[in-house]
Design a protein. Structure first.
Lengths: 344, 255
């Protein structure tokens, strides 16, 4: 039999590419139709959530190493670009890159010992690292401790990424989300992506195939950390104020992971969908329960975790897949068992 | 291209001269949480040989393979691949040097497709032509794998999964392939195919170290065999000699 198979990893992209193009075009014109600043801000929050979720998905989804301490990278990004801006007057274009690199280095240093732990123990270690970091920053005079850092108000424009209008922020975070998705997509299609999934599914078999578990877990964590830190830098630029509670908090870590888990881990579009759902619920409940004090967001996170765990461990994407399979006229799953054949 | 056919009988190749050993295992010891699993195992595999490692359950067969592959740490002794000491080389580096283990229970990636499973074996080599040729060999030998290359590996039958696991191992371009219980969980009809395939693999110039419960079948196709008992090699000889040995027959063949 001639199969003519090549080891090409290129999947057909035409229909997917068209869908993605249409979605991008929609995202590009959306803020032109929605001009109300608070609503534009809402869209920005969704894109920020999606960017964090897609970045988290690289290590938590593809490689299956669930981190519940991603706020540490977010905070490093926010603090690095802000400190470079306030002390050295460095543009956040460079500051965000520096923050990303610092976060990636931190990921290597933290991953080295933490990846000796597996599953829940790894997740617990990441929580501990993030909590320690928050305490350290809160008590650091150099970083202004609990008081936090203000970005300078005396400059603006694209050189400094500081704007009065919401519109530029929208396009910046859209660009960052596209970059994050592209990195994630490239990993998914490369041999690294296969290694990540092999490590997640059958670490023993991956080792037997010549995959260094630690090396590839570290790659996953540091790439994810780099992109998460860029998101943190963006947050600082947009809010113009950061403190340990706003960028290093445990709730941020949970939110980042939850966005991906809710949408569907290990899939490119999962976290984007998760962000749309989670941020929408979060924002609406904030206006609805705004006077009842803080804490409602945590109640919502907890409820979401329970719902996902009970009804669809593969997230909303998994749920949609199940629904599609049960619709009339749906293709049956390609499971068939025939007699085994071996050529003569 | 090599035709995957077994019409002519396979003769054991002549024993290669000393110094040409593919694998030398010297007095290795390994333990699980301080409980010794192998106490003293020494093996020599010459190039192009099929060597069987037989023995009852819990005597250290799998541990030996895992220790040679670098998946279990050594407490003592050494492992030489093509004359080079690889005792302290990491598991993934050993694969790159041509030592590949097809683990017990197959350990496929059930949610990846047949082809993706094969590709995962193939990433270790940069030689695209060789990779392509091996893939073609896999699909030619097992047409079912070609037909189902887009199907999730978890949906294959036990026998098909074993074929896939062996082919995935071949994709890493091994010089030495270690097979741990390849006939485990395979329908009796297909067991013959598995053993035929092992002989095909040897014809590709690959040395094979085989661990099997199916002692009779294993010794039949093996050039030489080692018997392992409570973590020690207690007997060695040609496949035919061991098959004819009364002790072996009584202990493992029930004859």
């Amino acid at each position: 039999m001639t199969t003519g198979t090549t080891l090409s990893r290129k999947a057909p992209i035409s229909r997917k590419a068209m869908g993605t193009g249409a979605l991008l075009a929609l995202a590009a014109v959306l803020p032109l139709a929605i001009t109300e600043p608070s609503q534009q801000n809402f869209l920005i929050l969704i894109l920020m959530g999606a960017q964090m979720g897609v970045a988290w998905n690289i290590v938590g989804g593809y490689a299956g190493q669930v981190s519940l301490g991603h706020a540490v990278f977010y905070g490093i990004g926010a603090y690095t670009s802000t400190m470079l801006l306030t002390t050295l007057g460095l543009t956040p274009w460079i500051g965000a890159l520096a923050g990303g690199l610092l976060a990636a280095l931190f990921a290597l240093a933290m991953g080295w010992p933490c990846f000796r732990l597996k599953g829940h123990y790894f997740a617990m270690a990441t929580i501990a690292v993030a909590e320690i970091m928050q305490i350290l920053v809160t008590n650091s005079d150099f970083l202004e401790g609990a008081v936090g850092l203000y970005l300078p108000m005396d400059r603006g424009g694209w050189g400094w990424l500081i704007f009065l209008s919401k519109l530029p922020y929208y396009y910046i975070i859209l660009g960052l989300l596209v970059l994050t998705v592209l990195v994630s997509w490239a990993i998914e299609r490369s041999h690294i992506g296969y290694y990540f999934r092999a490590i997640k599914d059958e670490p023993e078999a991956a080792r037997a195939l010549g995959v260094s578990l630690t090396r590839y877990k570290l790659i996953a964590l540091s790439v994810s950390a780099f992109l998460t830190a860029m998101g943190g830098s963006f947050y600082a630029q947009k809010e113009m104020f950061i403190d340990p509670g706003s960028v290093f908090a445990g709730t941020i870590s949970i939110k980042i992971a939850l966005i991906a888990i809710l949408g569907g881990v290990g899939r490119l579009t999962g976290p984007v969908l998760g962000a749309v759902i989670l941020i929408t619920i979060e924002e609406y409940s904030r206006t609805l329960f705004g006077s009842t004090g803080s804490g409602t967001d945590m109640i919502i996170y907890a409820a979401m975790i329970i719902l996902v765990a009970v009804f669809s461990p593969s997230g909303v994407l998994g749920l949609l897949g199940d629904l599609r399979r049960h619709l009339p006229g749906a293709k049956p799953a390609a499971v068939k068992t025939e007699k085994m054949e071996v050529r003569p | 291209m090599l035709q995957p056919t077994l019409s002519e009988p396979v003769r054991p190749v002549a024993v290669a001269p000393q110094g040409e050993a593919m694998l030398q295992v010297r007095n290795i010891q390994s333990s699980y949480r301080r409980v010794p699993a192998i106490r003293d195992v020494s093996l020599t595999l010459n190039r192009g040989e099929i060597v069987a490692l037989v023995g009852g359950n819990g005597n250290g067969k799998s541990t030996t393979l895992r220790a040679v592959a670098g998946l279990n740490a050594l407490d003592g002794g050494s492992v030489l691949l093509k004359g080079q000491d690889i005792s302290s080389v990491s598991a993934h580096e050993r694969v790159k040097r041509g030592l590949v283990l097809v683990p017990e229970g197959r350990r496929l990636f059930p949610r990846l497709t047949v082809e993706q499973n094969l590709m995962l074996g193939g990433f270790t080599t940069s030689d695209a032509a060789k990779r392509e040729e091996t893939l073609q060999f896999a699909y030619d030998t097992f047409t079912v794998l070609g037909e189902r290359r887009k199907q999730q590996a978890g949906t294959l039958s036990g026998g098909e999964q074993q074929m896939l696991a062996m082919c995935r191992g071949l994709m890493s371009q091994p010089d030495l392939l270690m097979l741990d219980e390849p006939s485990w969980g395979v329908a009796p009809k297909l067991v013959t195919r598995i053993f035929e395939t092992i002989q095909l693999i040897r014809r590709r110039g690959i040395t094979v170290l085989l661990v099997e419960q199916n002692v009779h079948r294993a010794l039949e196709i093996a050039d030489r065999g080692y018997v392992i008992q409570t973590g020690r090699v207690v007997m060695e000889g040609s496949g035919q000699d061991l098959l004819g040995n009364d002790e072996v027959r009584q202990a493992y063949l029930g004859m």
